[in-house]
Design a protein. Structure first.
Length: 274
């Protein structure tokens, strides 16, 4: 019902038939600091298909955060192309990018980014409010999503009345609000203890089992081990792309909670004036 309403209520983004949710071709990002130009991403070629569960790894300065910003349509490359669900992001204006972020991407952040003094259910409703979903429908969906992540008894709790793990569950419910094809999680367990981290990754695994495409940016090996594909970055380049066997689930982890394909040829990416 939610997806039908979104399609009928406003101009729909182009629907392009493809099994490639993310396709990056010869992508470069260069930062101009004035004195020098720094290459953030150097000729990245990468494809992530619908339904994959992927970890993007690398140390500070490796380029993973730069890629995260581009995948989330928060930044643009200086060269190359980024296709999200078949749409060439480089062709869109700011209003269209805003719609892409609202319709196509569900964000989960390390610091949760919940609105304080606002109950969980209203936090989850927020993306639907921006999408002009009717009040009754968005409330019903927000309640259903909180129940789905194990917080059905805490829909009126404020963020400061919840543990870190509970707040991240609210953030995941919010990310699912508009049924986006991509869940993009930036260090989602960075502020959590070990037990809460396992619960959150089990939840992502369950969402993946239901068909969601989940991309997790992390520097933690044990978090990446939950995924089925690990892409490692160093100095702005992909240095490995490995598919891994799906790990065994931690028994009862969720129930115990509170309630590569072929790449095209590339050329060297050099900052202007180098």
């Amino acid at each position: 019902m939610m997806r039908r309403w979104l399609k009928s209520s406003r101009g729909e983004l182009p629907e392009i038939e493809t099994d490639e949710l993310i396709k990056i071709v010869n992508l470069c990002k260069v930062y101009d600091t004035g004195a020098v130009k720094v290459i953030g991403l150097n000729n990245i070629n990468l494809t992530i298909k619908k339904g994959e569960f992927v970890a993007i790894m690398g140390q500070s300065g490796s380029g993973k955060s730069t890629l995260m910003n581009i995948l989330g349509c928060l930044d643009r490359p200086v060269l190359g192309h980024y296709y999200l669900d078949g749409i060439d992001i480089s062709t869109l204006n700011e209003d269209q990018l805003s719609r892409i972020r609202n319709q196509k991407i569900g964000f989960v952040f390390q610091s949760f980014n919940l609105i304080s003094r606002t109950p969980a259910v209203k936090n989850v409703e927020l993306p639907m409010t921006y999408a002009h979903v009717p009040k009754r429908l968005r409330h019903e969906r927000a309640v259903a999503l909180l129940e789905r992540v194990g917080l059905g008894k805490r829909i009126e709790h404020m963020p400061n009345e919840m543990s870190g793990g509970q707040r991240q569950r609210v953030a995941i419910a919010r990310a699912l609000a508009n049924e986006p094809p991509l869940i993009l999680a930036d260090e989602p367990t960075g502020n959590l203890d070990t037990a809460s981290s396992i619960e959150i990754m089990e939840l992502f695994s369950a969402l993946h089992d239901e068909g969601a495409t989940v991309v997790v940016v992390t520097h933690e090996e044990d978090i990446a081990a939950f995924t089925e594909r690990i892409i490692r970055f160093r100095d702005g380049k992909v240095v490995s792309d490995v598919r891994t066997p799906k790990p065994a689930r931690q028994p009862g982890a969720r129930e115990g909670a509170e309630d590569g394909g072929e790449h095209p040829p590339v050329t060297a990416c050099r900052p202007a004036g180098s």
